[in-house]
Design a binder for this molecule. Structure first.
Ligand code: PGA
Length: 242
């Protein structure tokens, strides 16, 4: 696993966008695994700028990590809405080539569709954030982790962390559809981006020891042959990384 430390979080976002941009330039039909949350916003801003400057997304397909259960895609708190607003409407991607799982369709059918979208052609690059509790996607710390796409019950820590996007914590959905750890590991490359003091404990477990543990699901990416963690200097110091 490579670790890239940038001076600021903004620079870390640019570095990740450049990695994605290089891939799309090299392979115009790239398949991207994308993430939501506050972390990738700067990446998507930069990709939008790169598209305005000529980077062509017309042949790119995408599949997103996760979506809340019980929320429709036109709801501003949904991850479909986030992706349309933050990225898809700002680049020349064909909306039909983007997939964010539906949180409201028949569950079994949707999970089957989700799996087809993940495995119908390998994901070239999976972008990840990391939860305060070390989750990736919505794979929450537990004794056992799921390998493939499934419904996950969100932990109180995740519900509290995501409450800022809702009027009240009680409105945060308690379940989500998410890729499993094996789905994430099936990507040809993984890029995990993190910033902020509240991620220090999870990042410490990810980059300062050699252990994999279901208590910090992100640690599984240590076993991937092409994984990169991109953080800023402040987080590196807080995590005790030298
Ligand atoms: P955040 O979420 O980017 O909003 O911090 C990351 C995550 O929970 O994976």
């Amino acid at each position: 696993m490579r670790v890239i430390v940038k001076g600021t979080f903004a620079e870390a976002c640019v570095a990740v966008a450049e990695i994605i941009g290089d891939l799309v330039r090299r392979k115009p039909t790239a398949k991207l695994g994308l993430a939501t949350g506050s972390t990738p916003e700067g990446v998507y801003d930069h990709l939008a700028e790169m598209c305005a400057a000529g980077l062509d997304f017309s042949g790119v397909t995408t599949v997103n990590l996760d979506e809340y259960r019980g929320i429709t895609g036109d709801n501003p708190v949904s991850y479909r809405y986030f992706m349309d607003k933050m990225l898809f409407s700002r680049i020349n991607i064909d909306p039909n080539n983007t997939y964010v799982a539906s949180g409201v369709k028949d569950l079994e059918e949707e999970l089957a569709r989700f799996k087809r979208k993940i495995y119908d052609g390998q994901i070239d690059l999976q972008l990840l954030g990391i939860g305060v509790n070390g989750h990736v996607g919505f794979n929450e710390p537990a004794e056992k982790l799921y390998c493939t796409a499934h419904v996950e019950k969100l932990t109180p820590s995740t519900i509290a962390a995501n409450a800022r996007f809702f009027a009240h914590e009680s409105e945060v959905p308690t379940e989500a559809l998410t890729m499993g750890i094996g789905d994430i590991m099936s990507a040809a490359a993984i890029v995990l981006l993190a910033g902020g003091a509240n991620k220090a404990t999870a990042i410490r477990e990810l980059i300062t020891n050699d252990f994999i543990t279901t208590a910090i699901p992100a640690t599984f990416i240590k076993a991937h042959s092409n994984a990169t963690v991109v953080i800023d200097r402040e987080l590196a110091e807080l995590a005790g990384y030298r």
